[in-house]
Ligand binder design. Structure first.
Ligand code: 7MF
Ligand code: ZN
Length: 876
């Protein structure tokens, strides 16, 4: 495995020896191959301390080097060499122009990195290190350059030719071909380069920035999808206005383009002026798109737009700083969505994701700090930790500084570093300088991995009226980090009196931010007449696991009274999780399951409180996912988790049947479909009621679901009904609807993905056979990442009881698929591998089988760096 030994370390960072004044590219797109002509104007970096350093460029092994000249003189054989990914040229002057021609094969590019074909359309994906698959280049984010790009192709097949920036010239050549030249005046690293060529349709609108500049907005897609672009356009306009209002940031080019492509390894990409999106993150239409997908479109459009400042104008010095742009941008898009829709709902969703998936990552073999120290393959570090925990770290800075100083810090950061490639330290320094606060201890959030744990105890002294909170913090060891230093973190608390009212705390506020810095600290509240109920970690003020010995009574009290909406939801979660854990204990001891009265009381209170936001009612009454219960368990018993969850859903359905029926009736949305927060809230509560009713498995509830399926005027209602029927015991009805659904939507690729997902997540026995059969279906395409995720990804991650079948068949299946994908698409292969990496959390028999599957993958001789890193770290 020596081929993979080269781990890259942050501590080895060195400034680039040469910088770029200008990059000129010409792409000749032709049937057989593409020729890439590049002209690079280099100069010696004054900050480089080495004398006469060689020029080293990155270029993928598959690149065919056609020619190379320096100041128009061919480079002598003795002056250059290629070793692995590196091309070195020696004896170069302080300033020179390097001309290189490479030949690449986009139609054979199945990895979907660099230049490739998606459904007959050329497109690029260069982040993080895809540009080196196009031509030899200093492909590192701290080398920034202005680009002039000419794209030349057959006029008929590829009428639309796009790249970054503004179109400056175009023309036709003699042989039915045409070309367009684009100029991007903003210096950028190569990872933000983009090219698109194809037969594309588009919609166009515009935006007038706060300084009065007019920006043309265009969204491109295949003609058949032209009716699904409006929502993305409106989202873009909202995001542009929000960034002006909240951050004072306006757009800087005359044109902003988004292109929808079907073959895409990830969600979307923020290429300067030319975003490329996975169709799943841009297309939206009521008939084909669920509420959740509408919200994803809005969030992703905003995310990519916000990168224009947090990512493009100010970018990363190196890939260890990835969270600099991603953590900040996720924080920005989350706040945008919170302001645009419901703040509490957005927070609940983000925290649920963090607790379920990021906490699991942080406790597993791939655990890493938000600024990693090393990596083998950077693509493996586009993780929930970098993104979601990174966003939490930015959120904590805002909580510690307050909104005003945070904005001052962000203004200073953008002003100070505009046009630069910087580090997370630079970001924190700007926040410190603008606020006068010392964040040196806080910086441990960037260097330490693992989820901190807080243990809180309280004490009330009735004679003095003193209430004391004692808080201890600790953090479990993670790979390469055995000892952790205490964190600086904001713990937002409130105290409730016996009536459920907030007690006034410091300066009359109802929520006080306690700052933890020590392994153990005490906080004293004076002048209380009776023992309060503490509301801890309001708004999830820090990404930690909090442990406080709440009684069920106290949790029910918080659920009913807390003034913080997030805390009310959190209390409900803790209540039901505690009950489910107790049920699992009973199950393992062979005792019969019963429904806890407290839960019925608490749920009924929520169901009958008309003052509550229906979205929050739905969130509170949704049972914690199997994945979250697995994360919380010391040793995961997938069958017990599934059985307890099913039992609870069914018994809650029974105990509250009249309430569910009423809620189902009362939350119908009238009129034309709209994906606004209020309508989504009603639909989510209505569909939750339907799911409880379906848990009863009665003919009446089946009829209700079938009726909803038939009468639905939107994909949300249709999909929920289909999924409930498909997963029920009504086999004939399930077959009928699944067949009908496919017949109806077979020409909508994204809807077919939903159809796949519903079938592979059916927990009934025999799912693997269904998966294997679906992989033979004509609509399945194993080169399309969305299809792979829909079928393989959903089966392995969302169908725990079947994936973890006792005979190990699920594990063997995944190992086989990973090996098939390993050379075809390493990025997707490595991501799909995740469910196997957490093998240490499973009982010994399953552990052994999961390990075997990992070892089978490891024994493959030519593993990609992506898969090699994940497998070897998992087994280490
Ligand atoms: C919202 O971060 C949140 C996260 C990298 C690709 C998009 O803009 C991005 C790209 C990955 C994983 C998640 C997201 C992205 C990528 C993403 C998208 C929208 N720079 Br990999
Ligand atoms: Zn991003």
């Amino acid at each position: 495995m020596s081929q993979h030994a080269n781990e890259i370390y942050l501590k080895d960072y060195q400034v680039p020896a040469y910088l770029l004044e200008h990059t000129e590219l010409r792409f000749e797109l032709r049937e057989g191959a593409t020729l890439v002509h590049s002209q690079l104007a280099f100069y010696l970096n004054p900050a480089c301390e080495q004398a006469q350093p060689p020029l080293s460029l990155f270029g993928h092994e598959d690149l065919e080097l056609i020619s190379m000249s320096l100041n128009d003189i061919p480079v002598a054989e003795s002056s250059w060499q290629r070793e692995g990914e590196i091309l070195t040229v020696v004896d170069v002057p302080e300033r020179f122009c390097l001309k290189v021609v490479t030949r690449i094969l986009p139609h054979e590019n199945t990895a979907l990195e660099g230049l490739y074909l998606s459904d007959g359309m050329y497109c690029t994906q260069c982040e993080a290190e895809g540009f080196r698959r196009i031509t030899f280049y200093p492909d590192r984010p701290d080398v920034m350059s202005v680009f002039r790009t000419t794209v030349e192709a057959d006029q008929h097949q590829f009428p639309v030719l796009l790249s970054n920036g503004n179109p400056v010239a175009s023309g036709n050549t003699d042989d039915g071909r045409h070309w367009v030249t684009w100029e991007d005046p903003f210096p950028k690293p190569a990872y933000l380069f983009a090219l698109v060529a194809g037969d594309l349709a588009h919609i166009e609108d515009h935006y007038t920035t706060m300084s009065g500049r007019n920006v043309a907005l265009r969204i491109y897609a295949e003609t058949k999808d032209l009716d699904k672009l409006e929502y993305a356009m409106a989202s873009l306009q909202r995001a542009m206005a929000w960034d002006e209002k909240v951050y004072g940031r306006e757009y800087d080019l005359d044109i902003y383009m988004i292109v929808a492509v079907d073959f895409f390894n990830m969600g979307a990409m923020e290429n300067k002026g030319l975003n490329v999106f996975n169709t799943s993150c841009v297309l939206a239409h009521p008939a084909t798109t669920t509420d959740a997908a509408f919200q994803r479109v809005e969030g992703v459009v905003a995310h990519e737009y916000f990168h224009n400042w947090s990512g493009n104008r100010v970018t990363c010095r190196d890939w260890f700083q990835l969270s600099l742009k991603e953590g900040f941008t996720v924080f920005r898009d989350a706040e945008f969505s919170a302001d645009t829709n419901s703040r509490t709902v957005k927070r609940v969703e983000d925290v649920a994701l963090l607790r379920t998936a990021q906490f699991a990552e942080d406790a597993g073999p791939m655990s890493h700090p938000i600024r990693p120290d090393s990596f083998i393959e950077i693509s493996n570090f586009y993780t929930l930790t970098i993104y979601e925990k990174g966003a939490e770290v930015v959120r904590m800075i805002r909580t510690l500084l307050g909104e005003e100083l945070f904005r001052k810090g962000s203004d200073l950061y953008f002003a100070r570093h505009d046009g630069q490639a910087v580090t997370t330290d630079d970001f924190v320094k700007a926040m410190e300088d603008a606020s006068g606060r010392d964040l040196s201890q806080f910086c441990r959030w960037y260097s330490q991995a693992g989820t901190p744990e807080l243990k809180v105890e309280d004490h009330f002294d009735a004679s003095t009226g003193r209430y004391t909170l004692t808080v201890q913090q600790s953090c479990p060891p993670s790979p390469g980090q055995t000892e952790k230093q205490p964190y600086h973190l904001p713990l937002a608390v409130g105290l409730l009196d016996s009536e459920g009212n907030d007690l006034p705390l410091a300066e009359g506020y109802h929520t006080q931010v306690l700052e933890l810095t020590q392994p153990e600290q005490q906080f004293v509240f004076e002048g209380l007449s009776s023992k309060p109920v503490p509301s801890l970690l309001r708004g999830f003020s820090a990404p930690v696991k909090l442990n406080f010995p709440y009684s069920r009574e106290a949790l029910m009290f918080l659920m009913a009274n807390d003034s913080d909406g997030f805390a009310r939801w959190d209390a409900a979660q803790q209540l039901v999780v505690g009950i489910m854990q107790e049920m699992m204990d009973r199950l393992t001891q062979g005792q019969p399951l019963t429904l806890a009265d407290e839960l019925v009381t608490a749920y009924r209170a929520v169901l009958t409180d008309n003052a509550l936001d229906p979205a929050m009612v739905a969130k509170v009454l949704t049972l914690p996912s199997e994945a979250y219960l697995a994360e919380l368990a010391e040793c995961v018993d997938v069958d017990a988790i599934h059985e307890v969850r099913c039992f609870l859903r069914q018994s809650l359905a029974q105990a509250l049947a009249p309430d569910w029926q009423r809620v189902y009736r009362d939350n119908q949305t009238e009129g034309e479909y709209s994906p606004d927060a209020k309508s989504i809230a009603h639909r989510s509560l209505k569909n939750l009621a339907l799911s409880y009713l379906m848990a009863l498995e009665t003919e009446e509830s089946l009829a209700l679901a079938q009726q909803q399926y038939r009468q639905a005027d939107n994909m949300t209602d249709m999909q929920v009904a289909l999924s409930l029927v498909a997963h029920s015991g009504f086999a004939a009805a399930a077959d009928e609807l699944l067949t009908d659904f496919y017949q109806r939507w077979q020409n909508e690729s994204l809807v077919v993905n939903q159809w796949f997902a519903i079938q592979v997540t059916d927990p009934k026995p025999g799912a693997l056979a269904r998966v294997e059969k679906l992989m033979q279906h004509p609509a399945f395409d194993r080169r399309n990442p969305n299809k792979l995720r829909a079928v393989i990804g959903n089966f392995c991650a969302q169908n725990k009881v079947n994936f973890h079948a006792e005979d190990g068949s699920g594990y063997r299946f995944l190992a086989e698929q990973i090996l098939l994908l390993n050379t075809q698409n390493p990025q997707v292969a490595s991501r799909l591998l995740t469910p196997l990496t957490v093998w240490r959390k499973y009982p010994s028999q399953r552990q052994a089988l999961m390990r075997q599957a990992l070892e089978q993958i490891q024994s493959c001789k030519d593993l990609s760096r992506d898969v090699y890193e994940v497998v070897s770290k998992s087994l280490a």
